[in-house]
Design a protein around this ligand. Structure first.
Ligand code: NAI
Ligand code: 13P
Length: 336
């Protein structure tokens, strides 16, 4: 098969490497000509994926038009806030769009709704789960899910899987997207705890209650099954992002917990921490639907309203006592 990948950051590059290793022809679009040249000439992308040798047959281009003419299968791997403007540069509708990005944009849209607002009838798939680019690039065992139309999802599952990358099919596009977007916010909270010290009980509770929050949000928006949140896209990705040293979202939280200002943290980072940009839009969505998102709200206040993390934790701990699982909070359709 042939694939055009939009975005030569860490995940777009690691995924391109995986696809070439799986025998596919791949062209990766880098926004900067200089980066495309480096990939073509040195078979490396040290800015985003240091010390990784890329296959010589991987082609890079900074010309988006030639990138989308290369293949009818378009892979999105740019940060969420750039997805819409990147799609706007494409003149012809791709047959299939595979999304790797995780977030909610300023217009309160998941990536599927950004894509569908432009091409209503394009086949859209989302690939998500615990998949740090660095580990995939090192061929360390990784398992993810792919969700999309029944007619084509299995073909893409086959195309992407190999002996170190195992792809499961899932039929809940929205549930998978919401899991990937909201776990980044919870990971910032986990990082804040890491920055404060060794708060292991609190971190376990945060991950568990964070998963409830993700599921409540997703199910209220129309996710198909509570089980999606218990799977790789939900629990799996939440665990890796809240605990791994590679997570950029967890890192932002850790630096906040250590007392750094958000603008100083972001100005020193080359890579994206999607949770910083998703938390505002997601709270606006939650407010309009009356969904209780206490952890995400505290993350927002700590990041953008200078709330003291200790105060945020104290407020979470002193909320009214309640049942662990409250069915009235997640809608009549759900059986969680
Ligand atoms: N890095 C990882 O391990 C994983 C990342 N993701 C998701 O993949 C998406 C892409 O993230 P990364 O590859 O990590 O990015 P990155 O942080 O490694 O690189 C930044 C990317 O943003 C692009 N960019 C910057 N300004 C742009 C603009 N104006 N227009 C278009 N593109 C622009 C850069 O070209 C580069 O591709 C994110 O949604 C992330 O959450 C998902 C799974 C794993
Ligand atoms: O989504 C990821 C791993 O599955 C990457 O997380 P970070 O963006 O926090 O590094």
């Amino acid at each position: 098969m042939k694939f055009s990948i939009l975005g030569a950051g860490s995940w777009g590059t690691a995924f391109a490497k995986l696809l070439v290793e799986n025998g596919h022809e791949v062209l990766i679009w880098a926004r900067r000509e200089e980066l495309a040249d480096k990939i073509n000439k040195y078979h490396a992308n040290d800015d985003y994926l240091p010390n990784v040798r890329l296959p010589e047959t991987l082609i890079a281009s900074s010309d988006i038009s030639s990138a989308v003419h290369f293949s009818d299968n378009l892979v999105i791997a740019v940060p969420t806030k750039y997805v819409d403007e990147t799609m706007a540069k494409i003149e012809r509708k791709p047959a299939v769009i595979v999304n790797l990005s995780k977030g909610i944009d300023e217009k309160l849209r998941t990536i599927s709704s950004i894509v569908k607002s432009r091409w209503r009838d394009a086949d859209y798939l989302v690939l998500s789960g615990p998949c740090h680019a660095v580990e995939v690039a090192k061929r360390l065992p990784t398992s993810v899910v792919i969700a999309g139309p029944n007619s084509i999802t299995e073909a893409f599952q086959q195309a992407f899987s190999n002996d170190y990358f195992r792809v499961y099919v899932n039929d809940d596009v929205l549930g998978v997207e919401i899991s990937g977007a909201v776990k980044n916010v919870i990971a910032i909270a986990a990082g804040i705890l890491d920055g404060l010290g060794q708060w292991h009980n609190a971190k376990a509770a945060l991950i568990t209650r964070g998963l409830q929050e993700i599921a409540r949000f997703g199910l209220s928006l129309g996710a198909r099954s509570p089980l999606t949140f218990m799977g790789l896209a939900g629990m799996g990705d939440l665990i890796v992002t809240c605990t791994s040293p590679y997570s950029r979202n967890r890192y932002v939280g850790e630096m906040i917990g250590k007392g750094m200002a958000l603008k100083d943290i972001l100005s020193q980072m080359k890579m994206v921490a999607e949770g910083v940009y998703t938390v505002g839009p997601l709270l606006r969505m939650a407010d309009s639907l009356h969904i209780d998102m206490p952890i995400c709200r505290q993350v927002y206040d700590v990041l953008f309203r200078k709330k003291d993390p200790y105060q945020a934790i104290s407020e979470l701990m002193s909320r009214p006592l309640k049942m662990e699982i409250d069915l009235t909070q997640i809608g009549p359709e759900s059986d969680l």
